[in-house]
Design a protein around this ligand. Structure first.
Ligand code: IPE
Ligand code: IPE
Ligand code: MG
Length: 248
């Protein structure tokens, strides 16, 4: 039986965030260059985006490139950037057909001009789409995001536009790149490839997300794996600090 049949359609997580990890190892295990893993990885990204939309997910945030990833060998970074531009150029039509809106979080100023342009163009083109919001975490790191927010809030305080006592958790959330764009906190965070870490991803936003780790390398990730994660999520009890009796 497919995991799809086990999904409770009334309890689909609104926001799923994914750390797409394991492309390099997937390629190496097949005697291929890392780049092939990234190439296969974007094909999977296409499939999972469609799958998430069809499953009823409203927000899908994909960790595509971290700020720390800029420290990889220049050849890999440049191959990855080419793959991303290629992806966006090819995918824009599909996103329009599927009513998907593209958004990004991250330091897009660090991106090469052609990559930035490709993403900005697609964001603009898809801005009126009302279906799934596909958020690319691109040149993203959580500490960068929190530091940036602190700087901006300090500036507001200096200008007398905010008082310290007005800064509460909602205020902080609204000043992060997710909150600014109306993106809620993830309900479910999936990491592929077997690593049990967060790697500077959405640290503030995942305070109460359910975490799901799978040894599956990202290029091997399938719809079935995605549904399996959703089913697993649906068996969790989200207590938010309360007792089991309180939330039942
Ligand atoms: C994830 O796969 C993609 C990016 C980080 C861009 P990796 O490239 O990290 O693959 P592994 O972890 O080395 O196998
Ligand atoms: C996290 O994967 C970033 C992305 C998937 C884009 P990494 O492969 O960069 O993470 P670490 O270095 O193993 O923590
Ligand atoms: Mg990795």
């Amino acid at each position: 039986m497919s995991y799809l049949d086990q999904i409770d359609k009334t309890k689909v997580p609104e926001h799923v965030a994914i750390i797409m990890d394991g492309n390099g190892r997937w390629a190496k295990e097949r005697g291929l260059a890392r780049m092939y893993g990234h190439q296969k990885g974007v094909e999977v990204l296409h499939d999972i985006t469609t799958c998430a939309a069809n499953t009823g997910v409203k927000y899908l945030t994909m960790y595509a490139f971290s700020i720390e990833n800029w420290n990889r060998p220049v050849e890999e970074v440049s191959a990855l950037m080419d793959i991303l531009v290629d992806l966006i150029e090819k995918e824009t039509i599909t996103l329009m057909e599927k009513n998907v809106r593209l958004l990004t979080i991250g330091d897009t100023d660090m991106l090469p001009e052609n990559v930035r342009k490709a993403f900005m163009g697609c964001i603009e083109q898809t801005k009126n789409n009302t279906g799934l919001k596909l958020i690319f975490a691109l040149s993203y790191s959580s500490r960068w995001e929190i530091t940036k927010a602190m700087r901006e809030v300090t500036q507001l305080a200096i200008e007398g536009k905010v008082k310290p006592e007005e800064i509460d958790e909602q205020f902080v959330s609204r000043h992060l790149s997710t909150g600014i764009q109306g993106i809620p906190d993830p309900d479910l965070l999936i990491r592929t490839s077997g690593e049990l870490r967060i790697s500077n991803y959405l640290l503030w936003q995942i305070a109460y997300s359910e975490l799901y780790f799978t040894p599956c390398r990202w290029p091997d990730f399938t719809e079935e794996e995605f549904w399996k994660a959703i089913v697993d999520y649906q068996h969790r009890e989200r207590r938010f600090g309360k007792t089991s009796e309180q939330v039942r």
